[in-house]
Design a protein around this ligand. Structure first.
Ligand code: NAD
Length: 470
């Protein structure tokens, strides 16, 4: 682990499993409470001087971070395949995407807002760093989701304690080593731990008095616990949580052209994307044709070990997720839903592979369409009118993303704007840019990315200056 600029071990360890083989291939340290306290203390100490470093110099430091990171991109992609399971090309894409986030952080501007500037007074709003940021991150995009937090947080003058998911600690630990010398000690700390052990590193960090802000990406149940933990001393908190995105496919689409795109929106990263298509509503006039095309896509999909050439989809990341997805499909089957393809684990593999699965004849209110599956399973349902489709799409506790698929751009735009979700798309899904990202309803609190990083990682200070000579 990286604590106060020094690489540190722990007596306790936990196994890291390669999801393609189901076997432990490495061990990661389980931080002790004293080590987490030390990391927070180091970050707190470093904050005193880091906050006073001019923005331009902090950007230069982030440029050094990026330079060190860039030199190890292939190695990190390789490690990502082994601990996360995704195909190598996707891992390289994630690593490159994270480098892009570092570049965006270096380009951040924090212009002061002048509300009033007269002969007698000036009112200006400035942004101040918050303090120690705990970055708590998930296993689906372990590098991208983490850089999205620590790069802007550090550029904006905060210091960070990063706790990755116990399923993907190795890329974080290696990044700690790689970036160790690019920043002053304590500005970035990396601590790891297994949620199953006695001491939960994430829970300790989020209730720690030395932490001023928690930036969390993960599931809704954990996000709720964090929000509650943060209330004790009114920590700042941003929550990027799960989704149950709907795709509405209108009858005017070119079925053969659009079905593969909807399929990718649901199954990329084996469905383990917060804003993947998780419910698909298709107009009844094209329902059968669209359904057949989706099944064709599923049957053509190649999945396997991420290092195999030509593999498009990897396994689920962990056994817990595999069991959850299997249970959802079994529940759907038991309720009389039709499993059109897939519907089971890959035969003869000890890895966490689940076949791409499409389910129809959905019963309203069942677990499959109402819970986030976070796996390679898509329920599809016919609808009659645009109004009905929008109402059903919005009938969810989640509100992360949503999309409308149509050849009528104006109608698509109008319908998309009626979706209650943080990001809405027309004729695409999961396409993320530097624009703000986050959720309506239980999908999140606050926004990150783009200029919203400034809102997320700074406090607002109003300077009210009387100019007259007193
Ligand atoms: P998770 O909630 O199980 O874990 C996320 C992180 O929280 C991990 O680092 C974990 O160790 C930590 N944690 C666990 N218990 C904690 C506690 N009591 N206090 C503090 N931290 C604790 O989520 P996951 O299974 O790793 O990730 C999958 C979920 O993440 C899905 O729901 C997915 O939709 C969501 N996700 C959301 C976004 C987004 O930007 N909205 C992006 C990626 C993933």
């Amino acid at each position: 682990m990286l604590i106060d600029g020094t690489l540190t071990k722990s007596e306790e360890k936990f196994g890291v499993i390669n999801p393609s083989s189901g076997e432990v291939f490495a061990h990661a340290p389980h931080a002790t409470q004293a080590q987490v306290d030390e990391a927070v203390a180091a970050a707190k100490k470093a904050f005193r001087s880091w906050q006073a470093v001019p923005l331009s110099e902090r950007k230069l430091a982030m440029a050094k971070v990026k330079e060190a990171y860039d030199q190890h991109r292939d190695e990190l992609a390789d490690l990502l395949v082994r601990e996360q399971g995704k195909p190598l090309a996707s891992a390289k894409g994630e690593v490159a995407g994270a480098a892009g986030l570092m570049k965006k952080a270096i380009e951040l501007t924090v212009p002061p807002e002048v509300y009033s500037d007269t002969a007698t007074r000036r009112i200006e709003v400035v942004r101040k760093p918050i303090g120690v940021v705990a970055a708590i991150t998930p296993w689906n995009f372990p590098i991208f989701c983490s850089v999205a937090k620590f790069a802007p947080a550090i550029v904006l003058g905060n210091t960070v304690v990063w706790k990755p998911s116990p399923f993907t600690p190795l890329t974080a630990l290696r990044m700690g080593e790689i970036l160790q010398s690019a920043l002053p000690p304590g500005v970035l700390n990396v601590v790891t731990g297994d949620d199953k052990q006695r001491f939960n590193v994430g829970a300790h960090l989020t209730s720690h008095a030395g932490v001023s802000k928690v930036s969390f990406t993960g599931s809704v149940p954990t996000g709720k616990k964090i929000m509650s933990a943060c209330s004790s001393d009114v920590k700042r908190v941003t929550l990027e949580m799960g989704g149950n995105d709907a795709a509405i496919v209108r009858k005017d689409v070119d079925v053969k052209a659009m079905a593969p795109k909807v399929f990718s929106g649901a199954f990329n990263n084996s469905g383990q994307i917060c804003c993947a298509v998780k419910r698909c509503f298709v107009h009844e006039d094209i329902f059968d044709e669209f359904k057949e095309e989706l099944v064709r896509c599923a049957e053509k999909a190649t999945f396997g070990d991420g290092f195999e050439v030509g593999v498009e989809y990897g396994p689920l990341n962990n056994k817990m997720q595999l069991d959850k997805v299997s249970a959802l499909v079994e529940d759907a089957r038991a309720q009389g839903c039709e499993v059109l393809c897939g519907g089971g684990r890959r035969e003869g593999s000890r890895g966490f592979f689940y076949e791409p699965t499409i389910v129809s004849n959905i019963k309203e209110g069942r677990r499959c369409p109402t819970q986030e599956q976070f796996g390679p399973v898509m329920p599809i349902t016919p609808y009659k009118s645009d109004e009905e489709a929008v109402a059903r799409a919005n009938d969810s506790e989640y509100g992360l993303g949503g999309s409308v698929w149509t050849s009528d751009f104006a109608t698509g735009n109008a319908l998309a704007s009626k979706l209650l979700a943080g990001t809405v798309w027309v004729n695409q899904h999961t396409d993320l840019t530097e624009a703000p990202f986050g959720g309506f309803k239980q999908s999140g609190l606050g926004r990150e990315f783009g200029s919203f990083n400034v809102a997320s990682f700074t406090e607002v200070q109003t300077l009210s200056l009387a100019k007259q000579d007193v």
